[in-house]
Design a protein around this ligand. Structure first.
Ligand code: FPP
Length: 242
């Protein structure tokens, strides 16, 4: 099913990958085992989205607030991320995927930051799908960073206040070039956005599933896509006129 075949396929999907800790605890495992299993789901879901013709997939892999977790967990998550980048390199290239990342990436450990930057550079001409990792990311932080950039340009006389509109603002956000997010999926039964893509989700459809991220599979993805296809997107307008 390609985008051109079905206008109801979301162009940009964002996923809040929640429930790793609960999945592990329910099996008597350490939370970190849940993250490890969650990384395997990432691999499967990226391939599944690529096959279905999703153009942009943004994964909420580590929030700004996640730095406050116990340091062994933070360290394990950073290691998993580093492993993912190193191990998936070949597959990402073979699948013609362009990797990108949003967030305060300078806060990542230097070795992770370096392998991430390298893979972003190597894959930058790929056209099959864009995979965006939200790392050390927060939606409010993104809005603040864009505001700061606009203020700096105003102060330097490079921008006039009248020129500030949605387009100008979007262009200064980390995720601006990805286009608005059409569908946000959250696993684990929680129903909130948790600071994810706040600016670009203005008209996103939301799909919540009780499945924990480590057990989320292709059929769950297909349910989310079918749910999206059944929605009527009106963007504040009406569909029928008297
Ligand atoms: C939320 O589950 C998940 C995270 C904070 C991290 C997500 C990370 C991964 C899926 C693995 C590594 C990522 C990549 C891209 C390789 P939680 O720990 O908050 O779960 P809980 O709510 O059940 O405690």
């Amino acid at each position: 099913m390609a985008e051109s075949d079905n206008g109801q396929l979301p162009r940009h999907v964002g996923i809040i990958m929640d429930g790793n800790g609960r999945w592990a605890r329910a099996r008597g495992l350490h939370r970190i085992a849940g993250h490890r299993q969650g990384a395997k789901t990432v691999d499967k879901v990226v391939t599944a989205c690529r096959r279905r013709g999703i153009r942009v997939l943004t994964l909420y892999a580590f929030s700004s607030q996640n730095w406050c977790r116990p340091s062994p967990e933070v360290q394990a998550l950073m290691e998993l991320l580093g492993e993912y980048i190193r191990q998936e390199r070949r597959k990402i290239m073979d699948n013609n995927i362009r990797l990108t990342a949003i967030g305060h990436l300078d806060r990542l450990p230097p070795s992770t930051h370096q392998s991430l930057t390298e893979l972003i550079e190597i894959t930058k001409e790929n056209t099959g799908m864009t995979l965006c990792l939200a790392l050390s990311y927060g939606g409010r932080e993104e809005i603040l960073a864009a505001t700061g950039a606009l203020c700096a340009e105003l102060a330097a006389g490079q921008l006039r206040p009248e020129a500030i509109d949605e387009k100008a603002f979007t262009a200064r956000t980390w995720s601006g070039s990805l286009g608005p997010v059409d569908l946000i999926i959250r696993t684990s039964g929680e129903q909130r956005l948790s600071n994810f893509l706040l600016w670009s989700c203005a008209y996103a459809e939301l799909h919540f599933t009780d499945r924990m991220w480590p057990e989320f599979d292709e059929s769950d993805l297909d349910k989310a896509l079918a749910d999206f296809a059944s929605r009527q997107r009106r963007y504040g307008e009406v569909t029928e006129h008297d």
